[in-house]
Design a protein. Structure first.
Length: 142
């Protein structure tokens, strides 16, 4: 059995779930608010945010071509991808919250490299969520 690790983070964002989703779902803007981790984000095939559509996430040399497994806007999206000895499943949820939206990022990694990347992944996803909050709330938007 290959190692499995899980990284889960939550962060309140002061916009309603539909606004959080609208800002998140614009994949072309990911490189604006997360230049470090999502510079190569792009749609590869299919209708965006439909089951089976393909998107690239990450930043060279760590890009992953992923397939959308489930999408229920504005509340949830799940995609799967693999690369660099890791199979990953990422879920984002945009839940109603007293401050607007609770963004939940939940990712599992399987494979021989999963444990080795855990410290980097924890650091990165915290930074990623904070960058999204700044973008979604407007402090980095034009």
């Amino acid at each position: 059995m290959s190692p499995r690790v899980r990284v889960r983070g939550t962060l309140p964002v002061e916009v309603p779930p539909d606004v959080a989703w609208e800002r998140f779902s614009d994949v072309a803007s990911w490189r604006t608010w997360d230049w470090m981790g999502m510079a190569d984000a792009a749609w590869l095939a299919g209708e965006p945010w439909q089951r089976g559509s393909a998107l690239r996430v990450g930043h060279r040399p760590f890009t992953f071509d992923c397939r959308v497994a489930f999408c229920d806007p504005p509340f949830e999206v799940i995609w799967h991808g693999a690369g660099a000895g890791i199979d990953a499943r990422h879920t984002y949820r945009f839940l109603p919250h007293a401050r607007g939206t609770l963004v939940v990022s939940d990712e599992t990694f399987d494979g021989p490299a999963a444990r080795a990347v855990l410290p980097l992944v924890r650091w990165y996803w915290r930074r990623h969520l904070l960058a999204f909050r700044a973008w979604a709330e407007g402090s980095e938007r034009s």
